[in-house]
Design a protein around this ligand. Structure first.
Ligand SMILES: *[C@@H]1O[C@H](CO)[C@@H](O)[C@H](O)[C@H]1NC(C)=O
Ligand SMILES: *[C@@H]1O[C@H](CO)[C@@H](O)[C@H](O)[C@H]1NC(C)=O
Ligand SMILES: *[C@@H]1O[C@H](CO)[C@@H](O)[C@H](O)[C@H]1NC(C)=O
Ligand SMILES: *[C@@H]1O[C@H](CO)[C@@H](O)[C@H](O)[C@H]1NC(C)=O
Ligand SMILES: *[C@@H]1O[C@H](CO)[C@@H](O)[C@H](O)[C@H]1NC(C)=O
Ligand SMILES: [Cu+2]
Length: 384
């Protein structure tokens, strides 16, 4: 009952916000965030939070922009540590996995066609980010939690974003300028013009990193794919930050539609809108985040080679978390089949379907255990 009145409040808030132009993106997100936290606080008493986890003791994942310089550097140091630890993958099977970091990339490559445009898309990526966060903490001494990249910031000039400004406290910046003919997103349907990058990143914590796996399905003009999915292909990390992509799709309007607008009606409409309507030229916020970064991040299979992947997917998880908190009576529902955009046609996914993480440190679990961020086992976190 609590939930219904909150949902109604949410819908009233939408029309108020939509009529106020231009949309103040900070207010939009703060408003959603406050509603989500209020809903979760109420729900704590009604049994949403299980066992010892509650909104009051949950771990807090924060906006990168709000972390201190020290916190940001401790995060990027831990990522660089993971890139130096030896791989646990079988070199005969995954020759391109040279580091612990690569073990995660290889999982994503291997499972790409059953974790995108499927009923497991949201839960698989939630568990993936969590297993990576856990590895940073347990294997590399990181003491914080996974930060996120707030999509609704610096859309006009991503190179000024604290995530991508190329400084020592960023996630490294744009690639060097290499003339090329844009990228093609949306499963080949949506042309995205070039930005000012296209080449290797030049500064920041990941300037000297080596990308070992991919590209498996490159989308930036001029890139060639490897001959086999797990091939060893050492190279620099390429980006082409795109204000075009950010201003077109990483918008407050789209976020509101997903969380409290027409697309928020069910998990099916939510995840479909989040993943785009490619044939209509609508990239959707998930792919838009990938193509705002561009270069290696635009590869459906090997995109996790870019360490910004995890901040992007934490934001995606946050948007799902916001939707769940604002639709608690639907929070543990899923929709979709078990093949990418139902190609080839397949059965619906079920809550008992299992998600496995291979060589990461996370045990196989059914989807139903991965829906509640306050479910205690394995998750106990919120976003701020
Ligand atoms: C890839 O996935 C298949 C199942 O689809 C699994 O049998 C295999 O072990 C996986 N390979 C790696 C390297 O994880
Ligand atoms: C660039 O790519 C777009 C979309 O694929 C295409 O329409 C255009 O002709 C290309 N331009 C050049 C100069 O190759
Ligand atoms: C892929 O295979 C072709 C032909 O066998 C070979 O010429 C090329 O060097 C290979 N590319 C990579 C990246 O291994
Ligand atoms: C909101 O999402 C719905 C469902 O996908 C879509 O039909 C509609 O065009 C979207 N509205 C806006 C303003 O993007
Ligand atoms: C699969 O799910 C859709 C809704 O997402 C539903 O309409 C359909 O009936 C389901 N199919 C089966 C075989 O249960
Ligand atoms: Cu993915």
């Amino acid at each position: 009952m609590h939930f219904t009145s909150l949902a109604v409040f949410g819908l009233c808030a939408t029309s108020a916000l939509v009529s106020a132009t231009p949309l103040q993106t900070r207010d939009v997100l703060e408003d959603l965030q406050n509603q989500a936290l209020a809903a979760l606080r109420d729900a704590t008493d009604n049994g949403l939070a299980k066992k010892s986890c509650s909104i009051f003791n949950a771990k807090i994942r924060k906006d990168w922009a709000l972390l201190s310089a020290t916190e940001r550097k401790s995060y990027t140091s831990a990522v660089n540590c993971l890139m130096k630890k030896p791989s646990r993958s079988d070199p005969a099977v995954v020759p391109g996995a040279k580091s612990r970091y690569d073990d995660f990339v290889a999982q994503h490559i291997n499972q790409t066609l059953s974790i995108h445009g499927t009923g497991s898309f949201l839960s698989w990526h939630r568990y993936f980010v969590w297993s990576y966060e856990t590895a940073l903490r347990e294997e590399c001494g990181y003491t914080g939690y996974q930060p996120y990249w707030n999509w609704l910031s610096y859309q006009n000039n991503p190179t000024k974003s604290p995530v991508f400004d190329g400084s020592a406290t960023s996630m490294s910046g744009d690639g060097s300028f290499v003339a090329h003919n844009g990228s093609v997103g949306g499963a080949g349907a949506i042309f995205l013009p070039s930005g000012n990058g296209g080449g290797c990143i030049t500064s920041g914590p990941f300037k000297d990193m080596t990308v070992n796996l991919g590209p498996v399905s490159p989308t930036m003009a001029g890139e060639t794919k490897v001959n086999s999915s797990f091939a060893y292909n050492p190279r620099c990390l390429k980006r082409d930050l795109s204000a075009y992509t950010a201003t077109t799709w990483l918008t407050a309007t789209n976020l509101l539609n997903l969380t409290i607008g027409n697309a928020a009606q069910s998990i099916e409409t939510f995840q479909n809108e989040l993943q785009g309507r490619f044939s209509q030229g609508f990239l959707g916020m998930h792919a838009a985040g990938h193509f705002m970064i561009g270069g290696d991040a635009g590869d459906l299979f090997s995109s996790p080679v870019d360490p910004a992947f995890w901040l992007h997917h934490a934001m995606l998880d946050r948007v799902w978390w916001l939707w769940q908190a604002l639709h608690l009576n639907q929070a543990e529902t899923i929709a979709g089949t078990v093949t990418i955009f139902n190609k080839p046609p397949s059965r619906n996914a079920t809550l008992d379907d299992v998600i496995y993480m291979g060589q990461s440190n996370a045990p196989t679990r059914p989807i139903k255990e991965l829906l509640n961020s306050l479910g205690d086992d394995p998750f106990c976190y919120i976003y701020l």
